[in-house]
Design a protein around this ligand. Structure first.
Ligand code: UDP
Length: 327
């Protein structure tokens, strides 16, 4: 295939680009490098473009024609929940603007029939338990809402002309395939706990009185290499399918915050007594993906276990420390 990967300089986008190239697909990365890194782009051709700018429509349409692109995977987006709460209009401008402009570019010649959209379990909002795709979306922050708006736009587009599209709702993505592709700007559980262990702080657990086996919140952690592979499998599956499908991407298995902290202590060899902090507002006790749809439709299922996620995240963290000096 000949694939344009928007946001290919980002964490999941770069993992996916390398996997596509590894199987022989042509990859054009479209990225403004605002949060992505040039190191992750390696020697892929790079279209440096801000998709949220209306002027990007002509630039992207031209690139699709020049490079004979037949598939797009759209990762380019803002993804910080707290930032989205502070700047909602900007989040809509960025995330809804970029998918709108991308679709306008696809519509110029309609020669690229496949689109995979990077969505998120945040569209489910505070819903808890094992969540399947029929759960009514109810995002509770502008980030989740902007992603849901993207899905809705794709839905309407796939009804308007024969676009084959899928939105992948990721659960908690972690780990890394190679140190240089690691997530460097993340503000979620695994990087936070690694930083706390390295700097000699006690890991902070947001709430220990939830209705879960050990009282801490349960999430579905999925290895980024599995997530990347899901994009390839879904892209292939789109050949011969029209319309827009939504699929969860997770493992179907829950891990508690305390279990995650213990796994990180085991891999790092650093011991520290976790401390219970107040509950974080908006957290559901348990958020686990129902993964039946993607497995049944496409055959994809996660292959990596929690140990692989934790070990690869720790390796990448050490590598980053070596690269930037002592921690
Ligand atoms: N969490 C925690 N301590 C931290 C960061 C996160 O206990 O320092 C918990 C958080 O309350 C949630 C889980 O870890 O239950 C995963 O949080 P994260 O922000 O990584 O992802 P979310 O599931 O909220 O998207």
């Amino acid at each position: 295939m000949r694939v344009m990967v928007t946001g290919g300089a980002g964490y999941i986008g770069a993992h996916t680009s390398h996997l596509l190239a590894g199987r022989g697909d042509f990859v054009l990365i479209a990225d403004d490098l605002s949060t992505g890194s040039r190191a992750r782009v390696a020697d892929f051709p790079l279209l440096e473009v801000d998709l949220a700018e209306p002027a990007s429509v002509a630039v992207v349409a031209d690139a699709i024609r020049t490079h004979r692109i037949d598939s797009v995977i759209h990762f380019a987006a803002r993804k910080q929940v707290a930032e989205s709460v502070e700047r909602p209009a900007w989040y809509y401008q960025q995330n809804v603007g970029s998918i709108s402009n991308l679709i306008l570019a696809l519509e110029v010649e309609k020669t690229c029939p496949r689109l995979v959209f990077s969505s998120t379990a945040a569209v489910y909002g505070q819903a808890g338990g094992v969540i399947d795709e029929n759960r009514q979306p109810a995002p509770v922050n502008p980030y989740g809402a902007s992603k849901l708006a993207g899905e809705q736009l794709i839905d309407a587009t796939a009804a308007a002309w024969p676009l084959s599209a899928a939105s992948l709702r990721y659960f908690n993505v972690g780990g890394s395939s190679r140190a240089e592709l690691a997530d460097t700007g993340a503000s979620n559980l695994i990087p936070i706990i690694m930083d706390q262990l390295i700097s000699g702080q006690r890991p902070g657990i947001f709430g220990s009185d939830y209705d879960t086996p050990d009282g801490s919140c349960v999430r579905d952690y999925v290895h980024v290499a599995d997530v990347a592979e899901a994009h390839l499998v879904v892209l292939d599956w789109l050949v011969g399918h029209t319309g827009h499908d939504v699929m969860n991407v997770g493992t179907g298995t829950g891990t508690s915050v305390l279990e995650m902290v213990r796994a990180l202590m085991d891999i790092s060899g650093i011991r520290a007594e976790p401390q219970t902090l107040p509950r974080r507002p908006g957290d559901a006790a348990e958020v686990v993906a129902a993964v039946g749809r993607i497995a049944t439709e496409t055959g994809w299922q996660a292959r990596f276990a929690l140990d692989d996620i934790v070990a690869s995240a720790w390796d990448a963290r050490l590598h980053a420390s070596v690269a930037s000096g002592p921690v």
